[in-house]
Design a protein around this ligand. Structure first.
Ligand code: FES
Length: 115
């Protein structure tokens, strides 16, 4: 019997300073297309979700507009303008088309994504 357990590991992606505040970049992390966002609204926060927008069927989320809807920090997909919660990956307009969210940490200005 083989039990394949997928383990999460931390992957260095780039420097925080490589991401213009309040925008995202895309990175290939363990074969996944991940969109990494640098949100600076006084405090510096990083988020990572899938880059692939299931509504548009295209890898575009890193190029979306970052903003907030109430308390939630979201990215608006550049194609159909669906909003994705950067913390959870939830698509606000079509929850069944939500994406994965990944843990992020910063160490000595390096951004690490857990995939
Ligand atoms: S890593 Fe950029 S689109 Fe896949």
């Amino acid at each position: 019997m083989s039990n394949e357990i997928e383990t999460t590991s931390w992957n260095a992606v780039c420097s925080v300073d490589d991401i213009v505040p309040n925008t995202g970049i895309c990175a290939l992390v363990k074969d996944r297309h991940v969109a990494v966002f640098h949100v600076n609204d006084g405090g510096e926060r990083l988020f990572a979700i899938d880059n692939y927008d299931p509504n548009a069927q295209a890898s575009v989320l890193s190029r979306g507009l970052v903003g907030n809807l109430g308390e939630r920090i979201v990215v608006a997909s550049p194609i159909y303008k669906h909003h994705f919660d950067l913390q959870s990956g939830e698509c606000l307009e079509a929850p069944e088309k939500s994406v994965n969210a990944y843990p992020v940490r910063i160490e000595n200005r390096t951004v690490w994504v857990g995939v």
